[in-house]
Design a protein around this ligand. Structure first.
Ligand code: PXP
Length: 238
């Protein structure tokens, strides 16, 4: 059974709609943990559109489970990660105009650059995860770059227009997870997972962790975050 990490970025999105101080994503982190989440994820974007530096620093103080800092591979973010010391760093590509993280990180064409970036982070005792498409070349490259984890991008599976396409994308995730595990990488998965499509991903034995944000926060807006997290845990763990 995979563990569940909850991405709280969209609590901050609601707050930033008014540039005020509520709702507080750090309060959401505490409530998600109390409801049984195994980890909390924040994505500190270069443009600070949702999570702010203050949120990350406070989350570092209050999160008792596992704090995953999602970030782009920039010098600024590397400095912040080394200073705040999250429990894990996930490297994602970042484009200013995108609504959310669109594709996986290009590791295959940039193995040496990624290795150089990941080195100081892992030397500081912070494991690095690379968010990659379900593509064997990218998975093998992640191993070569020295990362300890990969997070397999489930977006294409989640957004598939029909069953045939969904099955094809699912197959890629299964094969990528198997390859990653056989190389000794630890495996997470996420993006676009919801209360309907998560079940099939749970069945992939190699996937240790699911990283889910939008669907949980959407449900939380209607039923409360405790219930939304518990509902997801029930799907994952039964
Ligand atoms: N994993 C990564 C690397 C992401 O960038 C995101 C989106 O911030 C997620 C998981 C969660 O995706 P969603 O919000 O669609 O559940």
């Amino acid at each position: 059974m995979p563990r569940l990490s909850v991405n709280i970025d969209h609590i901050a999105t609601i707050r930033q709609a008014r540039r005020g101080d509520e709702p507080d994503p750090v309060a959401a982190a505490v409530l998600a943990e109390l409801a049984g989440a195994d980890g909390i994820i924040v994505h500190l974007r270069e443009d600070r559109r949702h999570i702010q530096d203050r949120d990350l620093r406070l989350a570092r103080q209050v999160v008792r489970t596992k704090l995953n800092l999602e970030m782009a591979a920039t010098d600024e973010m590397q400095r912040i990660a080394l200073d705040v010391k999250p429990d894990i760093v996930t490297l994602v590509p970042e484009k200013r105009e995108e609504l959310t993280t669109e594709g996986g990180l290009e590791v295959f064409a940039r193995v040496e650059a990624v290795k150089k970036f990941v080195g100081p982070i892992q030397d500081a005792g912070i494991p690095a995860s690379l968010f990659v498409d379900p593509d064997k070349q990218q998975i093998s490259a992640a191993k070569k770059a020295g990362a300890l984890w990969v997070e397999i991008h489930t977006g294409a599976y989640a957004n598939a227009k029909n069953e045939q396409e969904r099955n094809k994308e699912y197959g890629k995730i299964v094969e990528s997870a198997q390859l990653a595990a056989s190389l000794g990488l630890r495996v997470g998965a996420g993006h676009g997972l919801n209360y309907v499509n998560v079940k099939a991903i749970v069945r992939i034995r190699e996937v240790e962790e699911l990283n889910i944000g939008h669907s949980i926060i959407s449900r939380a807006s209607l039923v409360g975050i405790g219930r939304a997290v518990r509902d997801m845990i029930e799907l994952i763990k039964t």
